[in-house]
Every structure is written in C-alpha cells, then in structure tokens.
Design a protein around this ligand. Structure first.
Ligand code: ADE
Length: 250
C-alpha cells in the first residue's frame, strides 16, 4: 500500500518510522512518503496560509500549494507490485468536521492501493481544494472524534496505525487482530498474565480451569458486561444476529 502524507510539520510524522509501521516500511509492505507542504510554495516566504474571506478569526490554508502537492501524489507510480491502474487514490482530510473514523473505516481503507493524507492547520484548507481534488481522488474528510486538535498530524498518526496494522503482513500474528476491541462490535475482554496471585489479587479462577468452553463463555460475558458499562451506545448498535443464546440471557 502506498501512503502519501502532506504536512507543514513533517517531523510530526517521524513516529511512522517506529514499531510495526516502521518495520512494515522497511519490509516494503507500506510505502509511506511524507512531504513538506512548504516545498510546494513558490514565494520567498513559503506562504501556506492567508486571511479568510468573509472575515473571522484565524487563517486559512491557501489552495495553490495544496494543488501542487496533491498532483505529485497522482504521479510517481505506486509501490512495487501494485499496478495502480483503475483505482482512484483516497484523499483523507483530517478534520473535526469529517465523518468519524472507526474500526469499520480502518478495515475499508486497509483494502486501498493508495491513501493520501492532507494535514490541515489553522482554520482548515480552502474548501475549493477538496472540490478540485474530487476530480481525481475519493475525498474523505475524517474526524478522530468530537474534540479539536491543532492540526491533522496526530490524527494521521492514529489513522495510519489503525489502517496499516490491518494490511496483511504488518502484524506478525494475524490472529491477534481477531479478538480485539471493536472487531465484533464489543470491547475486548480483560487479560491477565503471571503471577496468578499479585498483591492479594488472584486472577479469575476459570482461566486456570483448562476448560476452553468455560473460558470462552467467561470472556464473552466480560465483553458484554464491559461494553454495557462503558459504552452503552455500542450495545444499542449491536446486530442481534451476532448474539448467541447465552448472550441474550445475560
Ligand atoms: N483536526 C483537528 N481536529 C481533528 C479531529 N478531531 N479529528 C481529525 N482531525 C482533526
């Protein structure tokens, strides 16, 4: 998968060199290209912002550098092994005004050949950039949640990690992706490791029973209990057909 990121703070994205995503880059599974938006300016001051039409606080990102930058993401070929033919790249614009990014979004985007992230700062990017980009990209304004960050960079780190780890080969043991929070609409069950007794606290006894059916039932009940307690909104959204008989009794 090819991932292009444009930002006026490319150093923010240095964390993409670390851990599993960094390893996947080294292994050639993820072709991540971070570029400084200011490299696409033409004036002496490398200006990327200007005052908003209509007045109001703050500054707006100018369209010209964005058009130059995004055009380079359309050329230069795709990562080795990908044809790049046919599929339009997806342009993700992090914004508190976007659709909420969720695990289902991560699964959907993990299937794409090329993702392009445009990190806005200040009050945002001139809206015409998104309209213009729609000619060549699938444009997706995306929010991490109902709070405001100073810019898109932190959101890109979160989204690239959530998406990248679903790309085959990035996580060594794909089984670890199966039983995790949100994969089945529920929160994850609690986990324990040695020692079995720590500071007067034993682990739940069933986990020592060796009875796999009982352990599975315990974990499922814990998932349901936790989700009902912490995220009742998720319980309301559950598809009843995903619940078994014992779930419904609980
Ligand atoms: N930029 C500013 N706030 C944001 C948010 N909540 N999600 C994504 N990008 C943002």
């Amino acid at each position: 998968m090819r991932i292009d990121v444009f930002s006026i703070f490319p150093e923010y994205l240095a964390a993409l060199d670390l851990s599993l995503i960094g390893k996947a880059r080294q292994d050639g599974i993820l072709d991540v290209r971070v570029q400084d938006l200011r490299a696409f300016t033409t004036d002496r001051h490398r200006t990327v912002d200007d005052t908003p039409y209509g007045g109001g606080a703050g500054m707006v990102m100018k369209p010209e550098p964005w058009a130059e930058a995004l055009s380079t993401a359309l050329s230069g070929g795709t990562a080795e092994g990908e044809s790049g033919a046919g599929e339009r790249p997806t342009l993700i614009v992090p914004s508190p005004a976007g659709e909420v990014f969720a695990q289902a979004t991560a699964y959907e985007l993990a299937e794409k050949q090329q993702l392009v992230f445009a990190c806005g700062r200040y009050e945002g990017i001139d809206e015409r950039v998104l309209e213009w980009a729609g000619e060549n990209f699938d444009v997706r304004p995306m929010s991490l949640g109902d709070y405001v960050l100073n810019g898109g960079e932190v959101a890109v780190l979160a989204m690239v990690e959530a998406i990248g780890r679903l790309v085959p080969g990035v996580v060594g043991n794909p089984e670890s992706l199966v039983e995790e929070s949100h994969s089945d609409g529920l929160l994850e069950y609690p986990v324990y490791t040695k020692p079995s007794l720590w500071r007067d606290r034993p682990i739940p006894e069933v986990l020592l029973s060796g009875n796999h059916a009982k352990i599975a039932r315990f974990r499922r009940d814990e998932q349901l209990r936790r989700t009902a307690e912490r995220r009742p909104d998720l319980i309301a959204k559950l598809n009843p057909s995903t619940l078994d008989k014992a779930d419904r009794a609980a």
